[in-house]
Design a protein around this ligand. Structure first.
Ligand SMILES: NC(=O)c1ccc[n+]([C@@H]2O[C@H](COP(=O)([O-])OP(=O)(O)OC[C@H]3O[C@@H](n4cnc5c(N)ncnc54)[C@H](OP(=O)(O)O)[C@@H]3O)[C@@H](O)[C@H]2O)c1
Length: 335
């Protein structure tokens, strides 16, 4: 692959897009282009066409989307459906018409049916009802997968879709109103630890013990029983760059680690890494989402790529990044 090939990364400031940018830069690619949403609103078809006409990208990586957790999906179904359709339709159709050589579309594991057998295989797409809490987002993403598949089938172009599992890592969204479960837990445990009064308990003062008060409790959503898989965003970027540098034989690939854990186990791991000593209260009135979501990653493994970053190592690195950026981490604002 020539190092000056022109690569447009849509959503290059986002968690995934910025990781892809860093990865490509580290591999010596010199002709990367990106636009912020205020420079180029991807919902605007004319603006997207003008951009492709002027810049003539040879490769397009679509990491732009309206993303968010259960709460944001539930409160803003129209934006999650319509804005994602607009963004991806404009990017895919312009890529087709302006002869982009390679297009990589990023979706999500929520495209698969809620009760599909586990682990999720690519062939389970459209075999049953979706998880209602994020069906708006999932339907948009399924449409993107099908659009790329149709272009591949009808015109023989190298358009490929990668479906990441839950991602976390550098540049994650720590805004509790719109964040995913893992960064939300990091922030909650951290803030409870910081707020806590670490003076000795009255019982300890009366006696001779030096027992300190425990940290403030942390309230977490749901029952803690659902099982989830988590992939570090640098691994995701590595998979995207692998898909860019190699011609994958099929149109749809799951990207994950192939291993999962319960939300309770995840909470215990993050609590230990953050050093929070208080109680965890599970609010079972809040929705759990899909009972289990584990990717079958054998197709991508057979194509030559697998994840390298372990969960504990990845969370430690993410918490370090959170501490370094605590004052100015990104808050996603719903307009
Ligand atoms: N995060 C996850 O756990 C996860 C899991 C599975 C799949 N994915 C997929 O990975 C992709 C990237 O997700 P992410 O987590 O990196 O999201 P993110 O951090 O929120 O970044 C999204 C990016 O999209 C851009 N964007 C949004 N609306 C736009 C618009 N109207 N016009 C132009 N740009 C717009 C934003 O640009 P500005 O910053 O300039 O506003 C931002 O850079 C998405 O397709 C998502 O579905 C993510």
């Amino acid at each position: 692959m020539k190092k000056d090939i022109k690569i447009y990364i849509a959503g290059h400031r986002g968690m995934v897009g910025s990781a892809i940018w860093r990865n490509l830069e580290s591999k010596g690619y010199t002709n990367l282009i990106g636009r912020t949403s205020s420079e180029l609103d991807l919902r605007n078809q004319q603006a997207v066409n003008d951009f492709y006409q002027a810049e003539k990208p040879e490769v397009v990586i679509d990491a732009a989307a309206r993303v968010g957790g259960i709460l944001a999906n539930n409160d803003f179904p129209y934006q999650f459906l319509m804005e994602n359709l607009q963004i991806q339709n404009n990017l895919i159709d312009a890529a087709h018409r302006f002869d982009v050589q390679k297009f990589i579309f990023l979706g999500s594991s929520c495209i698969y049916p809620r009760l599909a057998p586990q682990p999720l295989k690519e062939e389970y797409l459209l075999t049953g009802p979706l998880e209602p809490t994020n069906e708006w987002y999932a339907i948009a993403k399924i449409t993107g997968v099908k659009a790329c598949e149709a272009i591949r089938k009808q015109f023989g172009k190298d358009f490929v879709s990668l479906m990441p599992t839950n991602l976390y890592g550098t540049h994650d969204n720590f805004d509790l109103k719109s964040s995913h479960v893992l960064p939300a837990m990091i922030r909650k445990f951290h803030e409870a630890k910081i707020k806590s009064d670490k003076s000795p308990t009255p019982e300890a003062l009366e006696g001779e013990g030096v027992e300190l008060r425990r940290d403030e409790p942390v309230e977490l959503w749901g029952s803690g029983t659902p099982m989830r898989e988590f992939l570090h965003v640098d691994d995701m970027a590595d998979a995207v760059v692998y898909a860019f540098e190699n011609q994958l034989p099929d149109n749809l690939y799951n990207i994950g680690t192939g291993t999962d854990l319960t939300i309770k186990e995840l909470a215990a791991l993050i609590q230990r890494i953050v050093g929070h000593t208080g109680e965890i209260i599970w609010d079972s009135t809040k929705p759990d989402g899909t009972p289990r979501k584990l990717m079958d990653v054998s197709k991508m493994t057979n194509a030559g790529w697998k994840a390298k970053i372990g969960l504990e190592e990845g969370i430690r690195e993410t918490y370090k990044w959170f501490l370094e950026n605590e004052e100015n981490f990104k808050e996603v604002k719903i307009k």
